[in-house]
Design a binder for this molecule. Structure first.
Ligand code: GLY
Ligand code: MN
Ligand code: MN
Length: 473
């Protein structure tokens, strides 16, 4: 365990500072003073016609204001008196023999950064008291508490959500430490995946290796399902079948997977040849994606517009495709304007990362008529304290290229004979997690993306045996 994560163990998640910060945004945008903010967490839910619970995932807005992972809780922030109250679920004695004793109020006070802990049975009384004092209570529509008082809460979904999103946009030092821990777990998982290639003959094995090492390091959940694919399957951006054989025809592997730590995300993609030997075409595409990432990394600093950085990645792709001969050597500007690059690099260069994989506050515009920008999930200037991904990719997707291949006008930019040499690669993406700093960025992701070093890790695993690595974590 690092010094940083040891230090964290003695500190409480800064829920109260988050509540104050959220209220400041609310006040600035709506001049609202002396309000309450009431949010419900998620509860355990049963599968239909079953007594088994669905996988629990805490509501991220609730967690931000409470730091509490327990199902069935609620939080109230009374801004006028700066009081944060956590409501625990009422004790169900019948359940104790199945689920064990619930957390007590005293324990909850010690564990969470709140001023008061109550049971849910008191919610109506507390809300009624605020109502008597004519203090409005704002909420999100997601609230699960539906007694008469809660129903009368002012439904100001957009005001509260705006304030929460702006607050979550810039990470504080505690959140940054949690995210570094998530990233470091993920680094080891990716290294484990690369080091176990001799026993990975199916995409499922890649998935299993990642999960095994995440779980062993205490990360039970992933904020998104790992994407583990080989060969042409790598052209599906969010491929989750993860069950195909990795044979001679599918030697190029892509794994996009990130461990979660205390509800915070990491999101990392690495690609490699299953036997350690890059094929000529796979390495060519890998180096293009690496260049897209390296050039755009240099532009990351406060004040830079993410749109511009994303479009620069498209321009690198054009130059490199002309060099390979996939694009015919015509005017670069004409290729850029034609939007043909969106058929090879269809997604955004990156997104905000935090309590969610695609974190809130990015202000995307999925209706943008600009094809190159419509899937970009971050449309704002970079600011110190944002955590973002930088994840360029190049794909050879029959689905995305189908129209192009049947359109003579669009084919004026493409040399089909050269293009045909690359289908088997499927796709390459390289994804790192970065913190925007005073004058640049800090990269949380330490697992190498150098193609020679990756090749060496894999070759060493064939020589040294996989057990060598299993004992490391
Ligand atoms: N893993 C999903 C993404 O990279 O956005
Ligand atoms: Mn991502
Ligand atoms: Mn990803």
């Amino acid at each position: 365990m690092t010094q940083e994560s040891c230090d964290l163990m003695h500190l409480k998640y800064p829920a109260k500072a988050h509540a104050k910060k959220t209220y400041e945004f609310l006040k600035a945008s709506k001049s609202k003073t002396n309000v309450g903010i009431f949010l419900s967490g998620e509860s355990l839910e049963l599968h239909p016609y079953s007594d088994q619970t669905k996988v629990f995932r805490q509501n991220r807005y609730f967690y931000y204001l409470s730091g509490c992972e327990i199902p069935g809780c609620h939080i109230l922030y009374e801004a006028g008196i700066e009081k944060l109250t956590l409501f625990l679920p009422n004790v169900d004695k019948e359940d104790i023999m199945w689920s064990g004793p619930p957390i007590l109020r005293k324990e909850a006070m010690e564990r969470f950064d709140v001023d008061s802990v109550e049971y849910a049975v008191r919610i109506d009384e507390v809300l009624a008291d605020l109502s008597k004092k004519q203090i409005p209570v704002l909420t999100l529509n997601l609230n699960k508490w539906s007694t008469p008082y809660a129903k009368r809460l002012i439904e100001s979904e957009s005001d509260v959500m705006y304030a929460l999103d702006e607050s979550r946009l810039i990470k504080d030092s505690f959140e940054i430490s949690l995210m570094k821990k998530a990233a470091s777990i993920t680094d080891k998982c990716h290294l484990a995946v690369m080091s176990a290639t001799p026993i990975e003959s199916n995409e499922t094995h890649i998935h299993a290796e990642f999960m095994y090492h995440a779980l062993r390091q205490g990360s039970k959940y992933q904020l998104y399902d790992p994407i583990c694919c080989a060969g042409p399957n790598c052209s599906t951006l969010h491929y989750v079948k993860n069950d195909d054989e990795i044979g001679q025809d599918k030697k190029s592997v892509l794994i996009d997977a990130g461990a979660e730590w205390k509800c915070y995300a990491s999101d990392v993609t690495r690609c490699f040849p299953i036997n350690g030997d890059w094929t000529k075409e796979h390495l060519q595409i890998y180096n293009i994606v690496l260049k897209m990432q390296q050039v755009t990394m240099e532009m990351i600093k406060p004040g830079a517009l993410w749109d511009d950085i994303h479009l620069t990645a498209h321009r690198v792709l054009i130059k490199e495709f002309i060099r390979l001969g996939i694009f015919k050597n015509v005017n670069e500007e004409a290729i850029f304007e034609s939007d043909i690059t969106t058929r090879f690099f269809p997604h955004g260069l990156g997104h905000l990362l935090g309590l969610d994989t695609h974190d809130v506050g990015g202000r995307p515009n999925y209706d943008d008529t600009n094809q190159k920008l419509r899937y970009l999930r971050l449309r704002r200037e970079l600011r110190k304290g944002m955590v973002i991904t930088n994840e360029p990719g190049v794909y050879f997707s029959p689905f995305l290229l189908h129209d192009v291949l049947n359109d003579a006008k669009k084919m004026e930019f493409i040399n089909e004979t050269v293009l045909n040499m690359y289908w088997y690669v499927g796709g390459v993406r390289i994804e790192d997690d970065l913190l925007v700093t005073d004058d640049g960025y800090e990269n949380f992701t330490k697992i190498t993306s150098d193609p020679q070093k990756i090749s060496q890790i894999i070759k060493d695993s064939y020589e040294g045996g996989v057990d060598r690595f299993h004992n490391l974590i």
